[in-house]
Structure formats: structure tokens, C-alpha cells
Design a protein around this ligand. Structure first.
Ligand code: DUC
Ligand code: ZN
Ligand code: ZN
Ligand code: ZN
Length: 488
């Protein structure tokens, strides 16, 4: 067999094994085989991995790009470029319903049109539901699953424009259970947060730091447990997004120990950044406002690493929701009459490009294994969200890879924002030292990023829309809380 590309001398890392001494043969954008001494011809491209790890192209299953209700300084063009330069070959972004939209079908078409021809990485869409009318739930969701391959929804338990009542979440779960969809939940107790914000405001405590005070760990833990209870009653799988606190993670782990189909996600900011960052001079704290907020203690960060290592977290996503710190539309957001006002600060951090290098650092530092890295950065997000051609290094799947430097080969560097390829004027991870970074990113057999060579090399329209299937991880179990059964 002739190959278009053969990658030699790498350590092929999967979620369970490291394969050494074997080559990867790629043909027509797919992994054709893995074997010893694969033959090459004059037309075969050969990449020598020089002993570095080869991991699956990253799947970032939680990214906001050009979304009406979330800060998105990046466009599909700049966001997808930044993804590839950081080793992510597939992103799942959001199409978002606004409460007054009576149909979500045109919305999905609008979001798909924004990405079409403007994404250099492969992509898919989740649907955010904020007003689950019977027509949307019963007629439109089945259509989206079948025709668009949109097999997941995100629901919010907080924010006035997005928040759903528990009853609405239960009604949606009837449909998502029936359709085999994954239900993502933003779990924070809205009423606790609302009361704290009102009182902070009345006391003039409106600096960026009070954003973290307004959303305590308890608010996340309570809502996480409540979401798990709703899921248990409905026998419907859920993924808790952007988990930031130990008690929330414990609720997830307890549920998993009971074999409930409960999944969890965390993000780089909850592994590395503390709420003291919100206290920066000159409004610098605004750069680190996200929800759930950064937590207080180094032990909080440690517990998130532990929850990756012990398998509690299923996926590791950027939650890239970036806005420029500098002026936007002529004024800096988050200031009112020159005074900081945390409620008005755009909520979210940039992180598409730094996600995988930051996770890989955890492998280098012995916090997690290379298998944990592969599992949460690519394999599990591909399985959970039905990206069945992605996320693993296996014959027949898309030839999406990261090739890392062999340890000691890359010149260590301190990250500056200028090194990144997003269209944002800062990174919260600036100043951190990196001793590895994706050396090559390969998308369906094409080298799209070469750190020592030409840099970013993808065409603007190189990314393809991926129509997703249903989850390959555990779903409904037909185990119920009593004799009651959800409607089928
Ligand atoms: N939730 C997200 O998923 N992203 C940004 C802000 C938020 O609340
Ligand atoms: Zn409210
Ligand atoms: Zn959220
Ligand atoms: Zn998000």
C-alpha cells in the first residue's frame, strides 16, 4: 500500500497504551495502518517525530465563537487558527437560542453559516436552549439530531437571560433521553448569586474581585448536586461543564461510583489560576473574570488535577470565551463612569491555543499520565459527543495528530501574548514557562502547524463540519428512583 504520509520514530500515545517503534501510515486523510517499518515511495511525505509523543489531535468540546450572548472577540477565522496552533484539530462551539426565539432551526442555520468556509479546523455545534417550548423539544430536537448531527444541548441554571427552572430541565431531559443526546449543564445556584450580587452592589463592592465573592463554591456544589438528582430521576446522562470546585467534583464522583451516567468537565483556568488574580492593579483583574470564578487556594487547583487523574473528569475543554481587555467599541467594558463594576465585565477567558500545552505540562510534572492527557483532551470528548472519526489513533479514523517535542529538545520559553494566534490582546497564562508545545499539528493528514517551520499553514476553509452521532459513553440504564418511569 502507498501512503501519502508516514510518521516515524514517535511514541504513539493512546488513552491506554504507548506504542513505540511503529510508524503511522496515512492515506486519503485517514489513518491507514500502524506498523513496523512502513514502506515509503518518492511521493510519500515523511515526518520524523524524533522520539516525541504523538497524541490524537485535540478535541475542544466547549468553545464560544461568534455567539450573540457570550464574549467572542475571536471570529471563526482567528479562533480556529489559534486552535490548530495549539494542537486542537476539532472544536465544538455553540449555537444559542435567545428566549424570544420560537424556533431553533433558523438559529442553527445562522450559526452554521458563520462557520462555513471560515474555520480552518474541523468543527461541530451544540445547541444552547433557553426557552424549551414543546415544539422545539418534541419536533425540532429530533430534526437537529437526524439532519444536522447536533446531538448535545447546553442548559443554564443561572443568568436571567438563559436560566431554566428545574421543571424545564426535566422536560428537556425526557427528549434528550429519548434521542440519545448529551445534556450539558452550567450548574450554579442562581438565587444565591443574585442575592450576593445585590448586597455587594449596595455596599459598593464592585471591583473585579467581588465577581469571585459573588459565586461561592457552595453555589456550584448545590446546583451540581441538584443537576445530578434531576438526571438520576430521569435516567438521563449529563455532563457538568466547567467544574471548578472540589465539592462539585465529589458529587460527580459519588454519582459515578453509583454508576449513574454523570460526566464532568474542567478547564485550564481551574488548574492554574487563583482568585487573587482578580485583584490586579489598573483593572487587570478584569482579565480573569469567568464563571464559575477562579477559586481561592492552591488546594483547589490540586483537587482539579486529582479529579482528572482519578477519572472524575471526562473532558478537558478551554471554555474559550474571549474578549479584548483594551477598548471595544470605543470603551472599556466593565467600567461605569470610570468605576469598575464586575457585573459588566465580559465573562470568560481566552484559552483555545494554550489548553493542550497547559495540560501536557501536568504530564511533564507528574500530575497526570499521558493516558489521562489523551483521554480528557481528545478520546473522551470524541466519544461523549459522537465524533466517531476523531479522538484516537486507530486505523480508519481521521489522521489528526499532535507531534510533541522529545523532552529536552525544545528551547524553554516564557509565554507572551504575541506568540499566540488568537485575536485577543492578552492571555491569562502570559509569563508561564513552557518546555514543550505542539511541534506539528496534522489535520486529516495535512500539516497545518509547524512550530519550527512555516508556522500556521492551513487554508481558511480547510475545516469541515462534522455531523455527529450519539454518545459512545454510558447512557440511560433503565434504573429508576422508584416505580415511576419517565415518558418514553
Ligand atoms: N459559561 C460558559 O460556558 N462560558 C462563559 C460564561 C459562562 O457562564
Ligand atoms: Zn434572577
Ligand atoms: Zn457555562
Ligand atoms: Zn462556556
Amino acid at each position: 500500500m502507498d501512503f501519502d504520509l508516514v510518521i516515524k520514530n514517535g511514541l504513539i500515545a493512546t488513552a491506554s497504551d504507548v506504542i513505540s517503534g511503529q510508524d503511522i501510515g496515512v492515506r486519503d486523510g485517514k489513518i491507514a495502518c500502524i506498523g513496523f517499518g512502513l514502506p515509503t515511495t518518492s511521493s510519500t511525505q515523511i515526518i520524523d517525530a524524533e522520539g516525541g509523543f504523538i497524541t490524537p489531535g485535540g478535541v475542544d468540546s466547549h468553545v464560544h465563537l461568534e455567539q450573540w450572548n457570550t464574549p467572542t472577540g475571536d471570529t471563526w477565522i482567528t479562533g480556529s487558527r489559534s486552535a490548530l496552533c495549539g494542537g486542537t484539530t476539532t472544536v465544538i462551539a455553540f449555537a444559542s437560542q435567545n428566549k424570544h426565539h420560537e424556533s431553533v432551526l433558523p438559529i442553527v442555520d445562522d450559526y452554521a453559516a458563520l462557520a462555513k468556509g471560515r474555520s480552518s479546523c474541523d468543527y461541530a455545534l451544540h445547541l444552547i436552549m433557553t426557552n424549551p417550548t414543546p415544539k422545539i423539544v418534541n419536533e425540532e430536537l429530533p430534526f437537529l439530531v437526524k439532519e444536522h448531527g447536533i446531538t448535545s444541548v447546553k442548559l443554564y441554571m443561572t443568568y436571567d437571560p438563559m436560566k431554566l427552572r428545574d421543571r424545564e430541565i426535566l422536560d428537556i431531559m425526557v427528549a434528550t433521553r429519548r434521542l440519545g443526546m448529551t445534556t450539558m449543564i452550567h450548574a450554579e445556584n442562581h438565587d444565591m448569586i443574585e442575592l450576593i450580587i445585590e448586597t455587594l452592589e449596595a455596599r459598593g463592592q464592585t471591583d473585579p474581585y467581588y465577581h469571585a465573592v459573588s459565586r461561592p463554591q457552595l453555589a456550584e456544589a448545590e446546583a451540581t448536586y441538584r443537576a445530578i438528582a434531576l438526571s438520576e430521576m430521569m435516567d438521563t446522562p449529563i455532563l457538568l461543564v466547567h467544574v471548578s470546585s472540589e465539592t462539585a467534583a465529589k458529587h460527580i464522583r459519588d454519582a459515578q461510583t453509583r454508576l449513574l451516567p454523570i460526566y464532568g468537565e474542567t478547564c485550564p483556568q481551574y488548574l492554574y489560576l487563583l482568585s487573587e488574580r482578580l485583584k490586579g492593579e489598573n483593572f487587570e483583574g478584569a482579565k480573569c473574570v469567568c464563571s464559575p470564578p477562579l477559586r481561592e487556594k492552591p488546594a483547589d487547583l490540586d483537587s482539579m488535577w486529582t479529579s482528572i487523574a482519578n477519572g472524575t473528569f471526562t473532558t478537558f475543554s478551554s471554555d474559550h470565551a474571549a474578549s479584548k481587555f483594551g477598548v471595544e467599541g470605543g470603551k472599556r467594558l466593565g467600567l461605569i463612569n470610570g468605576r469598575p463594576y464586575f457585573k459588566k465585565i465580559p465573562n470568560g477567558l481566552p484559552g483555545l491555543e494554550t489548553r493542550l500545552p497547559l495540560l501536557y505540562k501536568g504530564v511533564q510534572e507528574g500530575r497526570i499520565t499521558i493516558h489521562d492527557y489523551v483521554r480528557v483532551s481528545a478520546s473522551n470528548p470524541a466519544k461523549l459527543y459522537g465524533l466517531h472519526t476523531k479522538g484516537a489513533i486507530q486505523p480508519g479514523l481521521d489522521a489528526d495528530f499532535i507531534i510533541w517535542y522529545p523532552e529536552g529538545k525544545m528551547e524553554p520559553f516564557e509565554l507572551t501574548n504575541a506568540m499566540l494566534h488568537h485575536d485577543i490582546d492578552y492571555s491569562p497564562f502570559e509569563g508561564m514557562t513552557f518546555t514543550n508545545w505542539p511541534r506539528y499539528t496534522i489535520l486529516r493528514g495535512q500539516t497545518v502547524w509547524s512550530r519550527d517551520g512555516e508556522g500556521f499553514m492551513a487554508k481558511q476553509d480547510q475545516g469541515r463540519y462534522v455531523k455527529r452521532g450519539t454518545s459512545a459513553l454510558g447512557g440511560p440504564r433503565n434504573v429508576f428512583v422508584n416505580e415511576w418511569r419517565p415518558p418514553v
